[in-house]
Design a protein around this ligand. Structure first.
Ligand code: NAD
Length: 371
């Protein structure tokens, strides 16, 4: 069923190759036990590509990624690249992929596994059972729109300025993704802006309201100001299902929601492009939220769960393999319930184990769940 589907794997730098190696074991498990065979390609990206080819992303690698059905990305970067040319820095490889694949929709789920409800800085009853999704517009808005710059003023001062700009079609395309995602979940979208003080926010709200009325009134839509949303995320995060917002507010609110879960090592993400009308194919890149963690790279202690959960998102959003995606989530959850912990999520009653042993237990749980 899946053998004609291509997954491009780009492990990257630091802990990237370590967590990707563990994730490949999970992919192998699905090949062996459930007949899920993908066409897999692998290449260098980031500092690893710079070391070998002098660039963080070769044109051929980019073309292969664009042609793939999904990209599984590790992480890039490291202090050894701090002083190289800006355009050759490892992170430029990732940014180029996002731009060329037009990955405008960034999905960050914030899920609190039952065994980790004590890891959050919030009270367990506020976060336990939490399962929300922040959808951030990733390629427009204030980080890209012109005019922007720093200019000299006649009075000797300088002025620094940016523009927050969204067009109707940019809002509609992220809005459609939000409604699509909500349909797979609890059918609730909260659209977040500041239409009380920003004209781009007035348009955002108007377009979302129209889109909902014309195309998607089977999903509940509510509107919320971004400052109130930040407050509600820490007061009562379980009121949300899908939150959709612009690039700037999404940057801030997704970091805030990430911390509800307590650990960087548990957080997957997906970045999606538009669906091709003819082929139905959607460009997509899946990666953990964390970086290359050079401080622990090569020590066998990194938590591989964020990367393995990124594969679960890949199954769900690129291949509609919902049962298989849920199987991975359950195997991760059971592994945590059984007390297995890497250092970053250690609890007083947990057993501290290394990267490989965590994966071994996830695979044992996959075996047990599928018996
Ligand atoms: P980081 O996410 O790499 O690490 C922050 C801290 O969290 C470190 O102490 C690290 O050891 C710990 N940590 C992160 N992931 C972990 C995991 N899975 N298990 C256990 N502990 C984990 O962020 P940083 O230190 O600010 O950045 C390091 C490098 O990564 C930089 O070069 C940065 O540019 C790059 N970076 C890359 C990406 C990406 O590839 N998407 C994202 C963020 C940062």
């Amino acid at each position: 069923m899946t053998s004609n589907k291509k997954i491009m794997i780009l492990p990257g730098d630091g802990v990237g190759p370590e967590v990707v190696d563990e994730t490949k074991k999970v992919l192998d498990w699905f090949a062996k036990n459930q007949g899920l065979n993908f066409h897999i390609e692998e290449d260098l990206v980031g500092g690893a590509a710079y070391d070998k080819y002098g660039v963080p992303l070769k044109d051929e690698t980019l073309a292969d990624a664009v042609n793939a059905d999904a990209v599984l990305f590790g992480s890039v970067g490291g202090p050894q690249y701090d002083n190289i040319d800006f355009e050759k820095k490892p992170e430029r490889g990732l940014l180029k992929l996002r731009k060329e694949m037009d990955l405008f929709a960034n999905l960050r789920p914030a899920i609190v596994f039952p065994a980790l409800s004590n890891s959050s800085t919030l009270k367990p009853d506020v976060v336990s059972g939490l399962d929300i999704l922040i959808l951030r517009e990733l390629t427009g808005g204030i980080y890209f729109a012109e005019p922007r710059g720093i200019e000299n003023l006649d009075n000797g001062e300088k002025k620094g300025f940016d523009t927050n700009l969204y067009t109707t079609s940019e809002i509609e395309r992220i809005g459609r993704v939000a409604f699509d995602l909500a349909e797979l979940r609890n059918k609730k979208v909260t659209s977040v802006e500041k239409s009380n003080v920003m004209m781009s926010g007035v348009l955002w709200k108007e377009v979302m309201t129209n889109l909902h009325a014309v195309e998607r009134n089977n999903v509940e839509l509510t509107h919320m100001y971004a400052d109130n949303c930040a407050m509600q995320l820490v007061r009562n995060p379980k009121q949300f299902d899908v939150i959709v917002t612009d690039n700037l507010f999404g940057d801030i609110l997704s970091d805030c929601s990430a911390m509800l879960t307590g650990s960087l090592g548990m957080l997957p993400s997906a970045s999606l492009g538009n669906k091709d009308e003819k082929t139905g194919k959607r460009h997509a890149l899946y990666e953990p939220v964390h970086g290359s963690a050079p401080d622990i790279a090569g020590q066998g202690v990194v938590n591989p769960m964020a990367q393995i959960l990124s594969l679960s998102m890949l199954f769900k959003y690129s291949f509609e393999l919902n049962k298989e995606s849920e199987l991975i989530n359950q195997a991760v959850s059971n592994t945590l319930d059984q007390g297995y912990r890497t250092k970053d999520i250690l609890s007083s009653d947990g057993k501290i184990v290394g990267t490989k042993e965590i994966t071994k237990n996830i695979i044992r749980n996959l075996d047990e769940l599928s018996r």
